[in-house]
Design a protein around this ligand. Structure first.
Ligand SMILES: C[S@@+](CC[C@H](N)C(=O)[O-])C[C@H]1O[C@@H](n2cnc3c(N)ncnc32)[C@H](O)[C@@H]1O
Length: 367
């Protein structure tokens, strides 16, 4: 049956037919990374890193986490290869990396980021349906509420939050500010951190009502008694007036002229507007095909999505947004992603080439 002289149509090297190595290499890399993610995720969900804050033997670990052999041995050895565990004299324990980010009691625990990535896979598994029938409809509020805000909160604590608020706190006018509005502030961490950097500042986190519970939980955990939550839709509801600072980070309205007018109206003359988003230059196409494809998996029932990642209906190009901004604000500073952003990460943590703009409101209104 397997005689070498048996004719085959697609043997490697025969005629112009390509060998399968290049294809198998794609399968291999993609599936291996996926399996590694599953292994890390299971370890977090089963509390393995929590147990390995103290060194344990394999049997000790199995008892502590109620796990079975031989799979557990393979898992812990794999986690050693990935740099998340180390083994010494028959005992396993966390490395500094897993101790800081994968132990659930750590303030920098990244479990929510992993859950959000996992939720993203559930959408990807429906790609063929999307290709035939179009994007899956999600309520905008539910989309953000469904783990994404928790994930963003965990992710930005690893660097983006600190770099961003340090850049804002370095602006002299910020130290004089008494009121700040964090529009689409979600978890509220920016408002909380900025209020710590200016003891006279009172901050309002404005977001959909579904986000209130999460934001209030974060505020309570940080004892942020000068920060409050106000619920509403930032495109239609009252944003208040005479704010000293308006902060807008990664929001569907980040390139929208109508929202810019509302922000201008809600700021006092001379007030600071700090905005951090991914912009597209005029005529620019895809920044990342994989992320564009992910973007196309779901459609908001609310603001419309356009074809590329973080592009929304009604968005202005980078040039047009900056021109409009310059008519009504004085731009003080434009920071590139390296100055404030964290590591690129799947699903909404992607920095791409985002920018942070610091602008001051001029005296005349937008007409
Ligand atoms: C990607 S998250 C960004 C959260 C936070 N600003 C940050 O940078 O980490 C977008 C936030 O905007 C909120 N949001 C989106 N559209 C909104 C709207 N129309 N009105 C109020 N909040 C909105 C979402 O609920 C979510 O909390």
């Amino acid at each position: 049956m397997f005689a070498t002289d048996q004719p085959t149509t697609h043997m490697k090297g025969e005629g112009d037919a390509p060998g399968a190595d290049a294809l198998h290499s794609l399968f291999y890399t993609a599936s291996r990374h996926y399996k590694e993610f599953c292994a890390m995720n299971a370890a977090v969900r089963l509390g393995l890193f929590d147990a390995l804050e103290e060194p344990l033997t394999l049997t000790g670990l199995c008892t502590a986490c109620n796990l079975k052999l031989p799979a557990t041995e393979h898992l812990v050895e794999l986690l050693c290869e990935l740099g998340l565990l180390c083994r010494k004299e028959g005992h396993y324990r966390n490395t500094p990396l897993s101790a800081l980010y994968l132990v659930s009691s750590s303030p920098l625990f990244q479990g929510a980021v992993m859950r959000d990535i996992q939720n993203g896979f559930a959408l990807w598994e429906r790609l063929d349906r999307v290709l035939r029938k179009g994007p899956l409809d999600v309520m905008e509020e539910a989309f953000f509420e469904n783990g994404m805000v928790d994930s963003l909160a965990a992710e930005i604590l690893c660097g983006e939050l600190q770099k961003t608020v340090d850049a804002v706190a370095a602006i002299p006018a910020f130290q004089q500010a008494r009121s700040l509005l964090d529009l689409g502030g979600g978890h509220g961490l920016y408002a909380i951190a900025l209020s710590r950097l200016n003891p006279e500042l009172r901050a309002t986190v404005f977001d959909f009502p579904d986000i209130a519970r999460k934001a209030e939980e974060v505020m309570a955990a940080h004892g942020a008694d000068r920060v409050r939550f106000v619920s509403g839709n930032l495109f239609t509801d009252d944003l208040g007036s005479d704010h000293d600072v308006i902060f807008l980070s990664y929001n569907p309205g980040g390139k929208n002229p109508a929202l810019l007018k509302r922000i201008h109206d809600a700021l006092k003359p001379g007030g600071l507007f700090v905005t951090k988003h991914v912009y597209y230059r005029k005529g620019e196409g895809s920044k990342d095909r994989l992320l564009d494809l992910e973007w196309s998996l779901s459609a908001f029932k609310g603001v419309g999505k356009e074809d590329n990642i973080y592009r929304f209906t009604g968005d202005l190009s980078w040039e047009a947004y900056r021109d409009l901004l310059e008519r009504h604000f004085t731009i003080r500073e434009i920071l590139e992603a390296d100055a404030f952003s964290g590591h690129p990460l799947a699903k909404f943590g992607d920095r791409l080439d985002s920018r942070m703009i610091v602008a001051v409101k001029k005296r005349q209104g937008i007409v």
